[in-house]
Design a binder for this molecule. Structure first.
Ligand SMILES: Nc1ncnc2c1ncn2[C@@H]1O[C@H](COP(=O)(O)OP(=O)(O)O)[C@@H](O)[C@H]1O
Ligand SMILES: [Mg+2]
Length: 228
């Protein structure tokens, strides 16, 4: 589902964020990308949803080499991947319903499909009754639920999340992680970048650890640190 072959990423300022990255994440896996701040986690996530292109090597996502995608293929490609950010990135002047329905309008879903699907995902993330709320009226955990709903509304094959619990308290963080697990149990491949060791150690999922842009460990049923 997601493969990287000899991938490196050098930003325009000359910083080498990733070096010789190789892995294969299979359909239906749940994977944590861990490592200290500046290790390259966000860069790796951005390569998966083609926010950035590799400087060398190949990134293959859902059977497509991301560097070879044409402009006309991009909407279809993006539809296969749901993205969740640390800072939620909701549209502040749209309601909860509109924030989620907008993601369907962008891919030209029909009005009837939107009316059917949006309540379904809001129910799934536990936000029924909040349809008309504005993001500013929601707690951080609720805002992240909206962003999760938006990420999955088009039934993506992959969900990537970059520090999804970074702005949340521990209890709320668990709710979000449980939702990501639930999404994974429905068959979606989930990749979560985090430096929160307690969550990683509790779940015992595959862990890909990066340091200074290189993979230093790729472990099934992994923990945050070898020591812990
Ligand atoms: N857009 C960018 N331009 C230049 N350098 C960047 C950019 N994004 C990240 N970097 C640098 O790349 C390295 C890895 O960053 P990042 O992928 O954000 O790591 P992490 O998410 O693990 O903290 C850091 O040295 C960071 O400063
Ligand atoms: Mg980061």
């Amino acid at each position: 589902m997601i493969r990287m072959f000899g991938v490196s990423k050098i930003y325009r300022n000359g910083i080498k964020a990733l070096s010789d990255i190789n892995f294969h994440i299979k359909k239906g896996e749940f994977v944590f990308i861990v490592g200290p701040s500046g290790a390259g986690k966000s860069t790796l996530i951005k390569l998966i949803f083609r926010e950035e292109l590799p400087s060398s090597g190949q990134v293959i996502v859902a059977g497509r080499n991301v560097a070879r995608l044409r402009r006309k293929d991009l909407p279809f490609f993006r539809r296969k991947i749901g993205v969740v950010f640390q800072d939620f990135r909701l549209l502040p002047d749209k309601t909860v319903f509109e924030n989620v329905s907008f993601a369907m309008e962008v891919v030209e879903a029909s009005k009837s499909e939107i009316r059917r699907r949006v309540p379904e995902v809001l129910e799934l993330v536990g936000l029924r009754g909040k349809e008309k709320s504005m993001p500013s009226e929601l707690s951080g955990g609720e805002q992240q639920r909206v962003s999760l709903a938006r990420a999955i509304v088009n039934n993506p094959e992959i969900v990537v999340a970059d520090e999804p619990t970074g702005n949340l308290d521990p209890e709320t963080s668990w709710d979000i992680i449980k939702l990501l697990q639930q999404i994974n149990l429905r068959g979606t491949t989930v990749v979560v970048a985090t430096h929160e060791s307690s969550i990683v150690n509790m779940l015992r999922k595959r862990v890909i650890a990066i340091e200074k842009g290189r993979i230093v460990r790729d472990q099934q049923k992994g923990v945050y640190n070898y020591e812990s």
